[in-house]
Ligand binder design. Sequence first.
Ligand code: KG4
Ligand code: ZN
Length: 332
Amino acid sequence: MTRILAIESSCDETAAAVIRNGTEILSNIIASQTDLHAQFGGVFPEVASRKHIEVVYPVIQRAMREAHMGWEDIDAIAVTQGPGLVGSLLVGVNAAKGLALARNLPLITVNHIEGHIYSLWLTEDAPKIQFPILNLIVSGGHTSLYLMRDHLTHEYLGGTLDDAAGEAFDKVGRLLNLPYPGGPHIDRAAQEGDPNRFRFPRAVMTDGYNFSFSGLKTAVMRETRNYDSGRLPVNDMAASFQRAVVDVLVRKTQQAAEEHQATAVHISGGVSANSEIRSAMVETLDIPVRYPPLILCTDNAAMIGAAAHQHYLRQNFADLNFDVIPSLQLDE
Ligand code: KG4
Ligand code: ZN
């Protein structure tokens, strides 16, 4: 039995979790800074790192307390090394190093994107998972397709050439005067809107599995100029924009899953919370489509602990002098 204390601070959530055997959540504490950044309409890096410093130890203590753990019960400390904001990553990494040194515990570094992928191992579907899996990661910073033939192996098939899906949701949210982050608000507005009122472009790259969302965002911007700001047809625009994103994601994911004969499609990252992405994928694909519960879609430390368990089994430990890597890639 392994018990891992995991820490995540790559963006604007300070999170800590205790995970048993890579699949059981003993505690999962998330201190979100969303309200703090909403006034800036996006994450303000300086403000984020200062807030992480303030809350990182209380969050870790709470994760230990809720899991009923003493330090002697913990086998390793895991932490997100990247990708993310340098100042934010440093807070989690320094806390993890301090604890590993003080408690003489092994340290495991985890790629944030690999963490999102492993959020699926924390669901009741975990025992059913078989390789190869097609992973679609859709978050604020990433939109990528990876073929996973085994644990900890990720073959990049394609991804966005410009904006990430979450970034497009957040930018369009701003155009529609919705609060930050735009994604959940667009999701909600779209449920009241007509997805066929505006025909926004579907940029489907013909070469392989790449995406592009910046043209779509520009098309929405152009359309908003036809209205006074108080009279924007917010619901119809949200629904039409969301339908365009979903169409593109579903088409590419389906193609890739068929070409590589994936046993299942796993969707993870913040945008996997989107209700239309979930339902459209399930309806269109004829293999199982799995996504995490909402609490594990957006950033959390439980997923970092789940990925760390696989590294632990391979004795993949880090030296105390490792650095954060803000632009860490997954398939390097
Ligand atoms: O994974 P995440 O928490 O952070 C990153 O690693 O980037 O993803 C955050 C992103 C934001 O862009 C947010 O707008 C989006 O996930 N998001 C959604 C929904 N919930 C969160 N996008 C669309 N529909 C949602 N329901
Ligand atoms: Zn994330």
